[in-house]
Design a binder for this molecule. Structure first.
Ligand code: ADP
Ligand code: MG
Length: 265
């Protein structure tokens, strides 16, 4: 094993990921740079969610290891990890009949101790998260009565209420209309730029990925094809190689990042 000095806050070292016999990724290594906004893109089924679950300690790699702040994540306690790292899973299911405020409040779990009552700090974190995601008005409503987009924002609020310096987001903008997508992406960018949090998001929209990512991670069939700043790595050849999609790349006139225009067949 090679020891490197790196600024990665989170890293997978030669991990092999599988569901029983089905191997999703073999010998995969990836670094998540501290204080950056990383975005993972790749076709359906290429292993993005599996990688994110592994990086957040939910899945144990068959071989290799995941290091959080230089220490094997599987040798750290659930609570210790949850104080540093929050995960918004791809398709989370809320407990039946739970109210919005109660679901968001569950984000405070890692900060609570059994002998301490709900504190002002807990309440502030929950209020902040609900306001930031624009769901304060739904506080007393049952989660299952919300639209897909509203519900998605409740999950994001729960992850924000956890107040971790590292946040992993699996398709956080699913179900959202374009305005709410941009609003959330801007919120994540603020968390990164203004508060110095490290973010990792799986996104399907390549143009959003190029706009918001400091560090893009491009995956295909369980392997990392390219990593780096979007302006440095995104080319027509790369998009065609990874997605099988002929495209034209222009300069996004607003952000001056790659703007991908599909050519169709
Ligand atoms: P992505 O997030 O990139 O769409 P996933 O990581 O969800 O891809 O899935 C990668 C591969 O693993 C796919 O072939 C998928 O069918 C398989 N897979 C995902 N979750 C499970 C599971 N719980 N059990 C078995 N196979 C799974
Ligand atoms: Mg996925």
């Amino acid at each position: 094993m090679t020891q490197q000095s790196t600024q990665a806050i989170l890293e997978a070292q030669s991990v092999t990921l599988s569901y029983e016999q089905h191997i999703v990724a073999k010998d995969l290594s990836v670094d998540i740079p501290e204080g950056k906004f990383s975005v993972i893109v790749g076709p359906n089924g290429c292993g993005k969610s599996t990688l994110l679950r592994t990086l957040s300690r939910l899945l144990i790699p068959q071989s290799g290891q995941v290091l959080l702040s230089g220490q094997n994540i599987h040798e750290q306690s659930t609570r210790a990890v949850a104080k540093t790292l929050g995960l918004l899973p791809q398709s989370a299911i809320a407990p039946d009949g739970i109210k919005v405020i109660d679901l968001v409040s569950r984000g405070r779990f890692p900060h609570q101790k059994w002998f301490q009552p709900w504190s002002e700090t807990d309440q502030k974190a929950v209020d902040m998260a609900m306001h930031a995601t624009g769901i304060a008005e739904f506080a007393e409503i049952n989660v299952d009565q919300l639209s897909g987009g509203q519900r998605q924002r409740v999950w994001v609020a729960m992850a924000l209420a956890q107040e971790t310096s590292l946040l992993l987001l699996d398709e956080p903008t699913t179900y959202l209309d374009i305005a709410h997508q941009i609003e959330l992406m801007d919120l994540f960018q603020d968390l990164n730029r203004l508060q110095g949090n490290t973010l990792v998001a799986v996104l399907h929209d390549l143009n959003h990925a190029c706009r918001y990512a400091d560090h893009l991670i491009v995956m295909k069939a369980g392997t990392i094809i390219a990593t780096g700043a979007p302006n440095e790595i995104v080319t027509e050849q790369l998009i065609e190689q990874v997605f099988g999609l002929p495209c034209l790349i222009l300069d996004d006139p607003i952000s001056h990042t790659p703007l991908i225009i599909p050519r169709g067949r």
